[in-house]
Design a binder for this molecule. Structure first.
Ligand SMILES: NC(=O)c1ccc[n+]([C@@H]2O[C@H](COP(=O)([O-])OP(=O)(O)OC[C@H]3O[C@@H](n4cnc5c(N)ncnc54)[C@H](OP(=O)(O)O)[C@@H]3O)[C@@H](O)[C@H]2O)c1
Length: 260
């Protein structure tokens, strides 16, 4: 299915959120290619799943994939998704917290309570709630791992109108490090992938072609990233065989756009 070790995650169960399209879909395809069972939260519904995800999953791997939906911008979204996951599996080896979005470009001083609730509930509250609810399952296996999706904007500040989103991703970066310290005694490693400018529906929604062309020209590798550029970083951070001595780290995948 890909160039990865097809037994790297054999007999392991991996949960991925925001997996119906974009980076999450590429991450699911990569884990399936490494032999994992995957419980994938597709998003709010399955409308993007056929084109972006299922069309890339070989027939032989379909039986290892379970699809769920949940609106994670609702205050109880994380807890409700956890219940759905635990109804389907009692084993969780890897949790990839990837669902998220900017929720629109919002000029400073014009934020509404709805903007604030939507962006923070989706990018922070649901992540903390889902992780907390899955901790007993993660603690019950040997060598569990959590990989969060943060963002270059959590470190750089992002571009105009992204303040709440960028701040939320900075929160998840700091939370990743705290959790790494707190869960180390339980044998759980916690790391994050920080994508740069990745050409998914995210930027089709929020960035003009001119802005993206200018961004690509300023990136040392002279192009925007793809979802498939990001997926190997998740495999690496989730696999004890590859990154067993790494925890609390933020792995930048950005073509050299930011070198912290
Ligand atoms: N693309 C980039 O340049 C970039 C850079 C840095 C970080 N990131 C982060 O990478 C992650 C994946 O983004 P992407 O680029 O792959 O974007 P994407 O193609 O828009 O995918 C986002 C995923 O999150 C899900 N999601 C969004 N709002 C949701 C909600 N209210 N409830 C449940 N699920 C929801 C989407 O589901 P629906 O189909 O229901 O919308 C989708 O599955 C996000 O956390 C994003 O913030 C992206």
């Amino acid at each position: 299915m890909n160039g990865y070790d097809s037994a790297l995650f054999e007999n392991r169960t991996v949960v991925v959120t925001g997996a119906g399209r974009g980076i999450g879909a590429a991450v699911v395809v990569a884990f399936l290619g490494c032999g994992a069972k995957v419980v994938a939260h597709a998003g709010r519904d399955l409308s993007h799943t056929e084109g972006d995800l299922l069309s890339r999953v070989p027939q032989g791997a379909r039986s290892r994939l379970t699809l769920l939906t949940e609106d994670l911008s609702q205050p109880e979204g994380g807890a409700d998704l956890a219940r759905q996951i635990l109804d389907r599996t009692d084993r969780v080896d890897v949790l990839v917290n990837n669902a998220g979005t900017m929720g629109g470009r919002i000029a400073a001083g014009t934020e509404t309570r709805e903007d604030y609730d939507h962006i923070l509930d989706l990018n922070i509250r649901s992540v903390v709630a889902l992780t907390g609810a899955l901790l007993p399952a993660l603690k019950a296996v040997d060598g569990a791992s959590i990989v969060n999706t943060v963002s270059i904007s959590g470190r750089s500040g992002g571009s105009a109108g992204s303040a709440l989103y960028s701040g939320a991703k900075a929160f998840v970066s700091a939370w990743t490090k705290t959790l790494a310290k707190e869960l180390a005694p339980d044998g759980i490693r916690v790391n994050a992938v920080s994508p740069g400018t990745i050409m998914t529906d995210f930027h089709r929604r929020y960035s003009s072609k001119e802005k993206l062309d200018a961004t690509a020209a300023a990136i040392p590798l002279k192009r925007l990233g793809t979802a498939d550029d990001c997926a190997p970083a998740y495999l690496f951070l989730a696999a004890n065989a590859l990154s067993g001595y790494m925890t609390g780290q933020i792995l930048e995948v950005n073509g050299g756009q930011l070198m912290p």
